[in-house]
Ligand binder design. Structure first.
Ligand code: BG6
Ligand code: MG
Length: 218
């Protein structure tokens, strides 16, 4: 049996936390008098906390002192943590456990590859931490997606070459990072947004065991 490396983004792929990031950023933007739409939010998916705030300020034509910038980031995270504090296994997205179990059954190594500094907390809350052979998150990288750093570290930890890694991503920046890393990108979401991925599925319910076996053996 071939060995591939399977790398999962967290927010919007494993758990439905993208909606909490949106709520927290929207509140922050509106409090600063900046409009914040769903389209703009799409551009923040997969993007680090610092880069997200920089983008929002640029859209609103606003600048903040370094101190105020840090205070706003802390406020956003506090708000976000309030949302995730109530999370449990029910917020794992449909069929994610089935796909993870199928990979384990086939002895395929699995890593997390997330921009979030809250990733470990969330995996613990939803009781999935044990499923991962490696975890790479926002605390382990210096460059944010679309830079491929997060996925390249995961590939090293799994001891699998980048071209043998498969990445599941819901964000434009994340699919780009996987492509730049020369990995197989699988977009989870809409074809309109993630058309640059090698494959796109609405969600994991559309991913069959046959397809997973095909990925392992190709
Ligand atoms: C990504 C999310 O996974 O993590 C982004 O898609 C978020 O929306 C980024 O900004 C950083 O997350 P956190 O939890 O460290 O603020
Ligand atoms: Mg994501």
């Amino acid at each position: 049996m071939n060995k591939k490396g399977f790398i999962f983004d967290l927010d919007g792929v494993i758990v439905d936390t993208a909606k909490y990031h949106f709520l927290a950023w929207k509140k922050l933007a509106n409090d600063l008098g900046i409009d914040f739409t769903e389209e703009e939010n799409e551009q923040l998916k997969g993007v680090s906390r610092v880069k997200s705030l920089e983008k929002i300020l640029a859209w609103g034509n606003k600048t903040l002192s370094e101190k105020e910038f840090k205070a706003q980031m802390a406020k956003k995270n506090e708000d976000y943590l309030g949302h995730i504090a109530k999370m449990d296994e029910s917020e794992i997205l449909p069929d994610v456990p089935r796909v993870l179990n199928c990979l384990s059954k086939n002895n395929q190594p699995i890593s997390l590859g997330s921009a979030s500094k809250n990733a470990r907390t969330i995996l613990e809350r939803v009781n999935l931490k044990e499923k991962f052979n490696a975890i790479v998150d926002g605390n382990d990288v210096t460059k944010a997606k679309p830079d491929p750093e997060v996925f390249l570290i995961a590939s090293k930890l799994l001891n699998v070459e980048p071209e043998d890694c498969i990445v599941f991503e819901d964000s434009v920046a994340g699919v780009e990072a996987a492509n730049v890393a020369n990995m197989t990108s699988i977009g989870i979401g809409s074809e309109d947004v993630l058309g640059h991925a090698k494959y796109v599925f609405k969600d994991f319910t559309e991913i069959s065991e046959d397809f997973i076996e095909k990925l392992i053996n190709e």
